[in-house]
Ligand binder design. Sequence first.
Ligand code: CAA
Ligand code: NAD
Length: 325
Amino acid sequence: MIAAASALAAKTAALRPAAQRAAFSSSGAARAVSGRIAVIGGGQMGSGIAQVAATHKHDVTLVDVSQEALERGRGYMAKSLKRVAKKQFPEDAQAQGRFVDEVLGRVSLSTSPAAAVGDAGLVIEAVVENIKVKQELFAGLAAAAPEGAILASNTSSLPIARIAEPLSAERKRRFLGLHFFNPVPQMKLVEVVRTDAADQQAVDDAVAFVKGIGKVPAVCKDTPGFIVNRLLLPYMMEAIRLLERDVASAQDIDTAMKLGAGYPMGPFQLCDYVGLDTIKFIVDGWHKEGQGLVGDKLFAPSAKLDELVAKGHLGVKTGKGFYEY
Ligand code: CAA
Ligand code: NAD
């Protein structure tokens, strides 16, 4: 049923004139996208992206590999939305409940990526940080999404152009990085990452979308770590090496950076928050596979990080990382 409706939507979209096929219109910040938003991967990032888009009145489909993962994603959204609702309607429990239900009501859940993107104006991928998984996923998404849709990856560290490698030249023109920050509902920045193959129109459309969901865009080139992670990852890795050299405890390093440098979280709190698996994927990728960083000491493996990841202590999401939760 859903698949049939999606196929029809894709067919109809393909029949429209090119100008109409473009998935975006620049009028009205809150309605920058004309189709649904499909978010692939309902973990901490994907659920946050889905939540923020739905809060700004977009219809969203959130996709994950199992119903269990989707329910977990819905749980993340519900918890976060309750915090937002309490601030928006401090004295009105009923209005809080209505707000949460209304936003969640705009998010459909699906285990079928192809069905979810059939009528999407924008597809944002937020699955595991693995190039093969992302390339295979996008090959399937490109076959099912309407022509004018923007396809975007929320990757932390992988080259956007490499993720798009299996796609057609036409698809590459509207393929970008849309890099959100954790926690998505609270962090204002979205990096809009452009490859050499991307159209200016796609960048403009993505910038309009980002503004329309209340975020601030920073456009940057497709280089390792874009802006934020290129600066943040060396900082995190240096903190772990301080710990390995027994210079100070994790608690004292965190306290030092919070009180001495004014950071909202210390580096170990932040590592646990981001997820130690994600951090390991990022630094190993840069150190071993490159983008001009092969062998760079800033991203050399850390025995401490490797040990925690091997034990499944991935941070807040598993209840244990550098700290216990
Ligand atoms: N959903 C909704 N609201 C949330 C939230 C969530 N998940 N998390 C925090 N908030 C809101 C709270 O409701 C609160 O709002 P008000 O100030 O309006 O009351 C506000 O954020 C502050 O929250 P708390 O008081 O609970 O805690 P805090 O003051 O310590 O702030 C924080 C929490 C915003 C996470 C802050 O500690 C912070 O900014 N930390 C740094 C986060 C960071 O650096 N993120 C980037 C990570 S790197 C990345 O994401 C890129 C990558 O590719 C790896
Ligand atoms: P996560 O582990 O919390 O969630 C990933 C989700 O993707 C899981 O629910 C998993 O079941 C799902 N998934 C895996 N393969 C899939 C597939 N083929 N189809 C559909 N769903 C699939 O990870 P996360 O922290 O949300 O990170 C997701 C992406 O966002 C990664 O690329 C990461 O580098 C990036 N990112 C992470 C952060 C962060 O702070 N954690 C910040 C910015 C960007």
